[in-house]
Design a binder for this molecule. Sequence first.
Ligand code: HEM
Length: 140
Amino acid sequence: MLWIKALHIISLVTWFAGLFYLPRLFVYHADTRDEISHARFLVMERKLYIIMTIGAALTAIFGIWMLTAYAWTAYRDTGWLITKLVLVFGLITFHLYCWKLVREFRSGTASHSQVFYRWINEIPSLLLISIVLLAVVKPF
Ligand code: HEM
C-alpha cells in the first residue's frame, strides 16, 4: 500500500502544479492585448488543464484505492478523513471552475480583472495546507 500512497502523492504534486500555474496564466492573459499572445495563452491553458486533470484523476484513483483497501475501515470514526474529503470536494469544484475560466478566455467573454485572478490563486494554497495537515497530522 505504500506504493499506492507514493503514487497518490506524486499525482497530487502534478495536479497542484497546474492548480497553481493556471491562475497565474490567467493573470498574464487578462493583460494581453495582441492576438499572437492571446492565441499562445489559449494553447498553454488548454494543455495545462489536460495535464492537471490527469493529475486530479490519478490522485482520486489512488486515494479511493487506499480508502477501499484499508483507510475507510481504519479511519471512518475520525474527523480528519471526512473533513479532508470535504476539502477535496472544494478543490475539485475549484478545478472545474478553472475550466469555466479557460472557456471564457476562449470565447472572448472573460471579464475579470487580473486582480481577481491573483486572488483566486490563493484558494489552492489554502486548500493544500489544510488537506496535507489533516492527512499527515490527523489532528482529530
Ligand atoms: C479523491 C481524493 C482523495 C482521496 C480519496 C484521498 C484518500 C487518501 C487516503 C485513504 C490516504 C491514506 C491515509 C493514511 O493511510 O494515513 C491518503 C493519504 C494522503 N493524502 Fe489523500 N486523498 C485524496 C486527495 C488528496 C489531496 C488532494 C491531497 C493534497 C492536497 C492529499 C494528500 C495526502 C497526503 C499528503 C497523504 C499521506 C498521509 C500520510 O501518510 O501521512 N490527498 N489520501
